[in-house]
Design a protein around this ligand. Sequence first.
Ligand code: AMP
Length: 210
Amino acid sequence: MNLILLGAPGAGKGTQAEVICDALKIPTISTGNMLRAAVKDGTEYGLKAKAAMDAGDLVSDDIVIGILKDRIAQDDCKNGFILDGFPRTVPQAEALDAMGVQIDKVVEIYVADETIQKRLSGRRVCEGCGNSYHIDFKPTKVEGICDACGAKTVIRKDDEPATVIDRLKTYHEKTAPLKDYYSKQGKLVTVEGQEEVSETSKLTLKAIEG
Ligand code: AMP
C-alpha cells in the first residue's frame, strides 16, 4: 500500500507514520528527515536546502523530487511506503503521478493552527536519528536523551515561534491545495487530530482500512 500523510507542520504526521509503519510493516519516507540529514552531512543538496529550511520556506521542487525518486526506488519500498511531508506542492504531486507511482490513499491529519503553535513549542528532535518527541505528549524516558539511539534531543531551529507562523502560512498557500488535488482523485480521507495521540492513531488506522 502506498500512502501519503498530509497535514500542517506539527499536526502529528510523523507520529502517525510510525503507527502505520508498525501496523503495515512498510517504511516511512520523510523528506524533512532526509533533508535534515543532508544538511548535517553537508552534502550538495543539504547546502542548497539549508537556508530555505531555516526560514520555514519550502526547498525547491526539483531537489525534493530528486531525493524522493531515488528513495522510493530502493528495495524496501517494493511492498509500499508512507510518504510523510511529500508532496508539499501541486507540482510535486504531479511529479509523483508522472513517475507512475500509484497512491492508494491520502490521509490528512487535521489540527487547528492555534493548537499547532502550542504543540510545536514543546517538540524536541533527536540530533542523531531524527526521532521526534514532545515534552508533554511524548517525552523521552531520560530528559534530553533519545530513547532510540541515546543522542541529544534539541529544539528544531524551524520550530521557533516566528518560523512556525511562516511555515503555517506556507502550508496554507502551497500544500493545502493538495487536498483538492487528491479529493478529485477520490483518495483523500481526513482524520481530526485528537488530544490523545492514541485516539488519533485509532482513527488513522480506521481511515486506512476503510
Ligand atoms: P518537515 O520535517 O516535514 O516539517 O520538513 C522540514 C523542512 O524541510 C520544511 O519546512 C521544508 O523546508 C523542507 N521540506 C521537507 N519536505 C519538503 C517537500 N516535500 N518540499 C519542499 N520542502 C520540504
